[in-house]
Design a protein around this ligand. Structure first.
Ligand SMILES: NC(=O)c1ccc[n+]([C@@H]2O[C@H](COP(=O)([O-])OP(=O)(O)OC[C@H]3O[C@@H](n4cnc5c(N)ncnc54)[C@H](OP(=O)(O)O)[C@@H]3O)[C@@H](O)[C@H]2O)c1
Length: 295
């Protein structure tokens, strides 16, 4: 290879361009899923987005599909139902012969509990008697953990076809976990944090089992810190975007602010494009873990 050819392989377009790639983003109608969708579509990919709310998905496709090299295609689905996931596979298989990128971003939080109690009776009252229900635990696990398992496994054949497309490219699954799965504190939501720790471990197990079966699909996870989304800001504007005040983070996170769209976009482009990354969890948290300490 000549020096010029070598230099060409370092061009951004060669390293991160996604022309002709087909992607699916669960939870693509808002928050981190929308950030991932824009990152992929603006750089050339055709991106299918799913969620339960049709208007949200249509609005995203309408607003963010214009004048970009890629496309955004909405399909409603409930990723906590196996039948709905199968329908999604059928709908995408009818239109595409392969899938290159699956981003599992759909997720929910769990109710807040006050762990600042100074005696066993009061702590029992708060954690066992008053608030927490088994149903809440099941709901959060079903969305944040079970969904990753079933969407990933349902799309294995289509993802594998994506890897046959081009020498040097392996299709990829990116699970959106959370730094909440790496912290020892419950952050007042035990069920959510337990689900995110499970998502991180599930990522590793899926990556391992898939390579052990000699299948060429990489599975990684991005563990975000705090980003403005419907989950953290309790809503979004007409453009499906959310805000949280920067002042809330001054002195609390080394970055002194919540995450931005660009912080998530660069993490997504790196994770999907880097062919040497497999089975890993990448924390994108403005130094939150540095400041608070992990498990
Ligand atoms: N925001 C943060 O600071 C942060 C930090 C760490 C990790 N995360 C993770 O990032 C992921 C995305 O959350 P977000 O913060 O971006 O919140 P968000 O704006 O609420 O996005 C979650 C999306 O998931 C979809 N969804 C939820 N349940 C679903 C279901 N059963 N079937 C299909 N879609 C479903 C929602 O759409 P519908 O309600 O219309 O279905 C929504 O668009 C989650 O896994 C979350 O745990 C977020």
């Amino acid at each position: 290879m000549s020096a010029q050819e070598s230099n060409r392989s370092f061009k951004l377009e060669h390293l991160f361009g996604l022309k002709n790639r087909v992607a699916l983003v669960t939870g693509g109608g808002s928050g981190i899923g929308l950030m991932a969708t824009q990152a992929l579509a603006v750089n050339g990919a055709k991106v299918y987005i799913t969620g339960r709310t049709e208007e949200k998905l249509d609005r995203v496709a309408d607003l963010y599909s214009k004048d970009i090299p890629g496309q955004i295609v909405p399909i409603t689905a409930d990723i906590t139902s196996k039948e709905s996931i199968q329908k999604l596979v059928d709908e995408i298989s009818a239109k595409e012969s392969k899938l290159h990128i699956l981003i599992n971003a759909a997720g929910i939080s769990s109710p807040h509990l006050n762990t600042d109690q100074d005696n066993p009776k009061a702590l029992q009252e708060e954690l066992f008697k008053n608030q927490s229900t088994i149903q809440e635990w099941e709901d959060v696990m079903r969305t944040n953990v079970t969904h990753l398992f079933f969407t990933t496994t349902a799309f294995l054949p289509l993802l594998s076809k994506g890897s046959e497309d081009e020498y040097g490219w392996s299709s990829t699954v990116v699970n959106i976990s959370s730094i909440s799965g790496l912290l020892k504190t419950a952050q007042r939501h035990f069920a959510y944090n337990a689900s995110k720790a499970a998502a991180i471990h599930l990522t590793k197990m899926l990556a391992y089992e898939i390579v052990s079966s000699q299948i060429k699909i990489r599975v990684n996870s991005i563990a975000p810190g705090v980003f403005p989304t419907e989950m953290t800001a309790h809503g979004s504007d007409k453009k499906q975007k959310s805000t949280i005040p920067k002042e809330r983070f001054e002195g609390k996170i080394p970055a002194g602010r919540p995450g931005k769209d660009e912080d998530m976009a660069t993490a997504v482009l790196f994770t999907v494009s880097n062919q040497y990354l497999n089975g890993q969890t990448i924390a994108v948290d403005g130094g939150y873990l540095l400041a608070t300490g992990t498990i």
